[in-house]
Design a protein around this ligand. Structure first.
Ligand code: FFO
Ligand code: ATP
Length: 202
């Protein structure tokens, strides 16, 4: 009898995908970050967005900094996530101007030292999200803490007249065949890798 190996559990899958993205050389990392910036710099919801959340790349994450540099500071306000200091864990977003001081917070994450006027996701036009994994349908695998999912949950249930456009950024090596959607998952509008934009397909 042929025994098929079972699909890896999510914890194993996260570890494998994080190892794969970390294994990319610094030169490849830079090339992918520049390719993603080229694919997105003329992208309509981003060009016209006023408030954009991004993240400071770590652990092999696709680096959104070249994209920030191309889009510039004149038309856009840039925000970084911070873990809000009480339970349940959720993200707030803080305006961050280049050159302002950073400090290490929870999990050793760099975050703005001055946390003035945090906003929740509904005040943002675009959220650039770091992915651990993704599939062709736009399903996303994150760090597993539910930080983004919990923070975005109100957008699913309430009717806001506008909601942020969610863009996932990743390297192609983070693509997986199929992720099973969880009840609380908030779907992405698009995944962007060095190969280009990917609209969710069923
Ligand atoms: N660059 C970046 N910023 C981000 C995230 C992210 O994935 N990447 N987040 C995405 O949610 C939020 C923070 N959530 C995080 C959740 C877990 C870990 C993490 O490193 N966990 C370690 C365990 C560390 C420990 O327990 O001390 C790990 O899993 O190895 C990091 C960020 C907001 N900011
Ligand atoms: N809207 C929510 N309300 C309550 N708990 C939630 C919600 N969203 C996620 N969670 C909790 O967070 C945990 C992690 O979720 P999941 O495995 O989907 O993480 P993830 O999508 O990889 O992480 P993240 O959202 O931080 O990128 C789940 O076990 C779930 O219990």
């Amino acid at each position: 009898m042929l025994l098929q190996s079972p699909p890896p559990d999510l914890k194993t899958l996260r570890r494998q995908l994080r190892t794969a993205r970390r294994a990319l050389s610094p030169a490849t990392q830079r090339q992918h970050a520049r390719a993603v910036a080229s694919h997105l710099q003329r992208h309509y919801p981003l060009r016209t967005a006023r408030r954009i959340a991004y993240y400071l790349a770590r652990d092999g994450e696709l680096d959104p900094q070249p994209l920030r540099e191309r889009l510039g500071e004149r038309r856009h306000l840039w925000y970084l996530p911070i873990i809000r200091p009480f339970q349940p864990p959720r993200l707030w977003f803080i305006r961050y101007r280049l050159g302002e001081p950073l400090q290490r917070g929870r999990f050793g994450l760099l975050q703005p030292r001055h946390c003035r006027h945090p906003v929740t996701p509904r005040f943002l036009d675009v959220i650039l999200m770091p992915l651990v994994g993704f599939d062709a349908t736009g399903q996303r695998l994150g760090m597993g803490g539910g930080y983004y999912d919990r923070s975005l949950a109100p957008l699913r249930t309430r009717q806001y007249w506008r909601r942020p456009h969610l863009l996932g950024l990743a390297h192609e090596v983070q693509r997986v065949a199929r992720l099973t959607p969880q009840r609380w998952d908030v779907p992405l509008a698009m995944v962007v890798t060095e190969r280009g934009l990917q609209l969710p397909a069923d």
